[in-house]
Design a protein around this ligand. Structure first.
Ligand SMILES: [Zn+2]
Length: 187
């Protein structure tokens, strides 16, 4: 996402793909990282700052199997290997349902946590569950982030709102078909 910003801002022209991963699962560093490095790609991983080193317990309501999350050493390794870390709140909150103080705490707080622990500027944000509205987007901008991604499906042309960037879900067997059909639909 860091490298995509000049394109999104219209300072550089060209067609690019930004690879993003949400939540900071341990298999991002164990499985995705070696593949990304082999292929010469970078990627942005959005981490839940208050859950580093634990599991995705926020998915309790969905009764899914819990997956281990990266610990701080693995998050640091991700950065050392040339990848980027973004913020994804402190607790994986549904921001649209939160009051303003909690929105600020989750968004600004996650930036502060990550910057204090990692010693690098954190400029990218992803809304958990894709839950955002104008209030949430505004709080993200005020907190000092440069851009935020949603779970809305689509491509981001130049001039897109930098705090409501759409994405394509690449989960499962239909991933490549999704990507190809999107590229064909929006030449
Ligand atoms: Zn998430």
């Amino acid at each position: 996402m860091r490298d995509a910003m000049p394109y999104l801002r219209g300072e550089v022209s060209g067609k690019i793909v930004a690879i993003t991963l949400d939540d900071g699962y341990r298999d991002n560093v164990e499985q995705a990282l070696p593949i990304l490095k082999d292929l010469g790609f970078s990627a942005t991983c959005y981490v839940v700052s208050g859950r580093v080193g634990t599991q995705n317990t926020w998915d309790d309501e969905a009764a899914t199997v819990h997956q281990p999350l990266m610990d701080w050493g693995q998050v640091s390794e991700w950065i050392t290997e040339g990848m980027e870390i973004g913020a994804h709140t402190r607790t994986h909150a549904r921001l649209k349902l939160c009051g303003r103080p909690q929105i600020d705490e989750e968004i600004r707080g996650s930036k502060e946590d990550l910057e204090a622990a990692l010693g690098v500027a954190i400029t990218q944000f992803a809304y958990p569950y894709g839950s955002w509205d104008e209030r949430v987007a505004q709080a993200t901008a005020i907190a000092g982030f440069e851009a935020a991604v949603t779970t809305d499906r689509g491509r981001a042309p130049v001039g897109s709102s930098l705090f409501a960037l759409p994405r394509l879900n690449m989960k499962g067997g239909r991933a490549w078909r999704n990507l190809l059909s999107t590229c064909v639909k929006w030449p």
